[in-house]
Write a protein that binds this ligand. Structure first.
Ligand code: MN
Length: 758
C-alpha cells in the first residue's frame, strides 16, 4: 500500500499519509481502514455531529502509543475545515465527508462532540445520562438499569435513545428542543437522576470512584458547556476497535457485550438495518421543568379562508387552537388536479407553505421548484384525507412526513433548514427567486441513494399452509422475473434480483409517463402472459436472452414501493406503501398493480384450480427489508419445485416405447450428485420427443450412484437440467410424487437445489 496518496472527495483534494500505519496492533487495523470506515459512514455520522464543536483524541502511534486531546484547530488545517470559537479555543467542526477523512488521516480515532450544535451552541439539543458501571459489573444489570432509566424519563415526557459507549457502559440521550441553556439542562438532568436514585439503589451520582461502592455512576455532569461524550458511530482507541453504536431499545435485549460492535462489523449492520437514530431530532421536547409554550391560534388567515368552503371541504378552520413546539413541519403528498407535495413550516403561529410540483430533491445539486402558497392554519399539521370534488385542492392528501424543523442559517435570499422526522431527516436550502417562486436544494447526501444504488428485493419465507389472520393481505405469486425499477428524470432503469441491469431487454416497459412520480423505486415481477392471462415462465426467460424479437410483450406487476419523490419509504407500513404505489400507477396497460385480496384461502383455491404457482401472504404493517428473507412475507406454493440434473433414464413400454419411462434425477451437493428419484409424469408428447432426441448424444457408461430403484438405467453425461414439482421428500430423501415441469438449459450443477430460488 502506498504510504502517501492524494484523493479527491467532491471539490476537496486531500493528501493522505502513512496509510499502512498500524493503529490497532492486536487486530491488524491500519490507518487506511480507519479512513475507509469514516468515509463509508460519513453521511450518517454527519447527520449526528455536523455543526457540533469537536474534541478529538489523536493516536498518531496507534492505541498503545502516546495519545492527546486536540481541541484547537491546527493552523495548517485546510481552509475548508470549519471551526467555532468558544472562549479561547477554536474547535473544529466536521461539516462534510472530506472533513471526517481529514481527521481520520490525523489518526483522530475518537470524535467527542458537544451536546449542542450551531447555530445555537449555547443550547444543548439533548440531555445525556452516561451510565458508567464499575469494573466487573454484570452487563445484563447495566442493561436493566438503562431500561429502568428509560421508563423514568418517559414518565417525564422525554423520548430517550440508547447507544453503547464502546467501553463498559451505555449512553441514554433525550432529544431536546434547542432553546434551553446548559445550566437549565444540567439542573433538569440532575433533578431527574435524583428522583431515579430514590428507587434505584444500584446507581449513584458519586464521581469519586471510592465512594461508589460497586454502584453504577449516572454521570449527568456531561451536560455542561465544553463537556463532551463519545460521538455516535465514533471508533474507540481500544483493542478490538469498538464503536459507540446507536441502537433501538429492542436491540438491547440481544446485546450480550457492550463492545459487540466494532469498526469491522458495524458498516454492514448499518447498511442493512439503517441508522436506528435517524429520527432522533424529531422527538425533541422542551425541558419538563419549563412551562410549555402557549397554544397558537394562527390568526385569521384571510387568504386561506377566502379560497375555501371550510364547512364542506373538511379542512381545519384558522382559529382552532393547537399546542405545538413552535418548530413543527409537515410535508403533504397532495394528489389534486395535479400531483404535488406541500411543504409547510411553522412560523409566527401559522404554517408557511410551498407547493413542490416534483417533490423533494433526492441529493445535493438537484434543484426543485417550490411555489409559495397561502399560509395554512397550524391544525393543518394533522390534516390528511380527501378534499371533495368541486372544492379548492380537491383530491387525496397524505401526510408524507411530519416532524420538527430547524432554520440553520438565514440568508438574504432564503434560508437553510434541517427536517427531522421518522420518515425523513435531511438538510435543504430554500432560495427565493422572485415573487413566490423558490428553489429547494438538498445539502447533505442521503445515507443510501436508492435511485443510484438500487437495493436487492425483499424475499419471502416459504410455508406449507395459507396463514390466516386479519393482519395479512394476499396476492398472486407471479411466475416471472423479479425486478427493481428506478425512475428519475423521466428515465426508467430495470435491475434483476442479483442487481444486474436488464433495462435493454424490456423496451416496452420503459414507460415513465405511466408513473405519477418524479423519482421512485418500485418492486415487481416482469411476466409474459398466455391467452388466459397466466404468466408463462419460459416466455419471459426467452426475453431475457434476446431483446430484439419481442413478439411476446412483457408486462410488469408491481407490488411494492421503496422510494418516492425525495425519500425512502421502506419503513412505512406495507398498506401505506401500496396506497402510494396505486396512486402513482397512472396507466395500467403495461405497468400494472398486483392486486391484493383479504381472503387467502379462496385465492389459494383459485390459484390451484387455474394452474398458477402459488400465493404470497404479507403482513399489512410490515416494513420492507431489502435483500432479506422475512417472515412478514410468506409464500405458499401449490407444489414445491426444484431444479435437478437429469443423469439417466429407464426404457419405456407401451405408449412410451419410443421414448422413455422415467428420468433419473440428482442434486449436486457437497461435491457430488445425490440420487433424488425418478420422474415419470408431467410430460407432454412434445416434451417426450424433445428429450428423447437429446438422450443418445449424452449416453455414458458410468453410473452416478446405485440404488435398488435403478435396475435398467441408461446413464447420461451431465448436461440436462429440469424443473420438477413434488409434494414432499420421503424419509430417505427422494422426491414424493415428482412431476416434470420443464427443461432448464440456463442451469448448471451449482444451481441445483431442492427449493428453487425466486
Ligand atoms: Mn396542495
Amino acid at each position: 500500500m502506498a504510504r502517501r496518496q492524494a484523493v479527491q472527495l467532491g471539490k476537496r483534494r486531500l493528501e493522505l499519509s502513512n496509510l499502512d500505519k498500524v493503529l490497532f496492533p492486536d487486530d491488524g487495523i491500519v490507518k487506511a481502514e480507519l479512513i475507509d470506515y469514516y468515509h463509508r459512514l460519513a453521511p450518517i455520522i454527519l447527520r449526528h455531529i455536523k455543526g457540533r464543536p469537536l474534541s478529538l483524541v489523536r493516536f498518531p502511534d496507534g492505541i498503545y502509543g502516546e495519545t492527546f486531546f486536540q481541541k484547537n484547530r491546527p493552523d495548517w488545517a485546510p481552509d475548508w475545515v470549519e471551526s467555532c470559537q468558544i472562549s479561547d479555543l477554536k474547535y473544529m467542526i466536521a461539516a462534510e465527508d472530506a472533513a471526517l477523512v481529514f481527521l481520520a488521516n490525523l489518526a483522530c480515532i475518537e470524535l467527542h462532540p458537544f451536546q449542542s450544535r450551531l447555530p445555537h451552541v449555547e443550547a444543548p439539543d439533548y440531555m445525556i445520562f452516561d451510565l458508567d458501571p464499575p469494573e466487573g459489573f454484570d452487563f445484563s444489570r447495566t442493561r436493566d438499569l438503562a431500561r429502568g432509566l428509560r421508563e423514568h424519563l418517559q414518565n417525564h415526557g422525554y423520548h430517550p435513545f440508547i447507544k453503547t459507549t464502546g467501553g463498559k457502559g451505555l449512553h441514554v440521550l433525550c432529544p431536546l428542543l434547542p432553546r434551553h441553556s446548559y445550566d437549565d439542562v444540567f439542573d433538569a438532568a440532575k433533578h431527574l437522576a435524583d428522583l431515579f436514585l430514590k428507587k434505584e439503589k444500584q446507581a449513584t451520582l458519586q464521581i469519586k470512584k471510592e465512594k461508589r461502592n460497586g454502584r453504577v455512576l449516572i454521570d449527568v455532569y456531561r451536560n455542561r458547556l465544553g463537556q463532551t461524550i463519545i460521538g455516535p458511530y465514533s471508533v474507540r482507541g481500544r483493542t478490538g476497535a469498538p464503536v459507540s453504536a446507536p441502537l433501538l431499545w429492542e436491540d438491547l435485549d440481544s446485546l450480550t457485550s457492550p463492545v459487540e460492535f466494532n469498526l469491522r462489523n458495524l458498516p454492514e449492520r448499518v447498511s442493512t438495518k439503517g441508522d436506528p437514530w435517524e429520527a432522533f431530532a424529531a422527538f425533541a421536547v422542551d425541558l419538563h421543568t419549563t412551562a410549555r409554550p402557549g397554544k397558537g391560534a394562527g390568526g385569521e388567515l384571510p387568504v386561506y379562508r377566502a379560497k375555501r368552503n371550510l364547512e364542506k371541504s373538511g379542512e381545519p378552520a384558522p382559529d382552532v387552537p393547537v399546542s405545538t413546539s413552535g418548530l413543527e413541519f409537515v410535508l403533504h403528498r397532495h394528489h389534486a388536479s395535479r400531483l404535488h407535495y406541500d411543504l409547510r413550516l411553522e412560523m409566527d403561529g401559522a404554517l408557511r407553505s410551498w407547493a413542490l410540483p416534483r417533490g423533494l430533491p433526492p441529493r445535493p445539486s438537484v434543484k426543485r421548484l417550490a411555489v409559495q402558497t397561502e399560509e395554512h392554519p397550524l391544525k393543518y399539521l394533522e390534516f390528511q384525507g380527501t378534499i371533495p370534488a368541486g372544492h379548492y385542492g380537491a383530491g387525496q392528501m397524505w401526510i408524507f412526513a411530519r416532524g420538527k424543523f430547524e432554520i440553520l442559517k438565514q440568508k438574504k435570499d432564503g434560508f437553510y433548514l434541517r427536517l427531522s422526522s421518522p420518515a425523513l431527516s435531511a438538510e435543504y436550502r430554500m432560495i427565493e427567486l422572485n415573487n413566490k417562486e423558490w428553489l429547494i436544494d438538498r445539502l447533505d447526501a442521503p445515507a443510501r441513494d436508492y435511485l443510484l444504488n438500487p437495493p436487492s428485493p425483499m424475499l419471502a419465507d416459504a410455508t406449507d399452509v395459507v396463514p390466516v389472520g386479519e393482519r395479512f393481505l394476499y396476492e398472486l405469486k407471479w411466475d416471472g422475473i423479479r425486478a427493481i425499477f428506478t425512475l428519475e428524470e423521466g428515465q426508467i432503469r430495470i435491475f434483476s434480483r442479483n442487481g444486474h441491469e436488464i433495462t435493454e431487454s424490456f423496451p416496452e416497459l420503459l414507460r415513465p409517463d405511466d408513473l405519477r412520480a418524479t423519482t421512485a423505486v418500485l418492486d415487481g415481477e416482469i411476466v409474459v402472459l398466455d391467452d388466459l392471462g397466466r404468466p408463462v415462465f419460459e416466455k419471459v426467460i426467452k426475453r431475457m436472452r434476446k431483446s430484439s424479437a419481442a413478439k411476446e410483450k412483457a408486462v410488469c406487476y408491481f407490488f411494492d414501493l421503496l422510494y418516492l419523490d425525495g425519500r425512502s419509504v421502506i419503513n412505512d407500513p406495507l398498506e401505506l406503501r401500496r396506497e402510494w404505489l396505486a396512486d402513482l400507477l397512472r396507466d395500467r396497460q403495461t405497468m400494472r398493480l398486483s392486486e391484493v385480496l383479504d381472503d387467502g384461502q379462496a385465492l389459494f383455491a383459485a390459484v390451484k384450480s387455474s394452474g398458477l404457482e402459488g400465493i404470497v401472504a404479507k403482513d399489512r404493517s410490515s416494513r420492507y427489508t431489502p435483500g432479506e428473507r422475512s417472515a412478514s412475507w410468506l409464500k405458499v406454493k401449490v407444489s414445491r419445485d426444484c431444479t435437478l440434473a437429469v443423469l439417466g433414464y429407464t426404457p419405456g413400454e407401451g405408449e412410451r416405447e419410443e421414448t422413455f419411462a422415467s428420468l433419473v434425477v440428482g442434486e449436486w451437493t457437497e461435491g457430488k450428485y445425490r440420487y433424488r428419484g425418478r420422474v415419470g409424469s408431467g410430460f407432454t408428447q412434445r416434451s417426450l420427443t424433445d428429450i428423447r432426441s437429446r438422450l443418445d448424444t449424452l449416453t455414458a457408461k458410468k453410473a452416478w450412484f446405485s440404488h435398488p430403484d435403478l435396475k435398467k438405467v441408461t446413464w447420461l453425461k451431465e448436461g440436462l437440467f429440469a424443473d420438477i414439482h413434488y409434494s414432499s421428500l420421503t424419509t430417505d430423501g427422494l422426491l414424493r410424487a415428482p412431476v416434470f415441469h420443464r427443461l432448464r438449459p440456463d442451469f448448471s450443477r451449482e444451481e441445483c437445489r431442492l427449493e428453487r430460488e425466486e
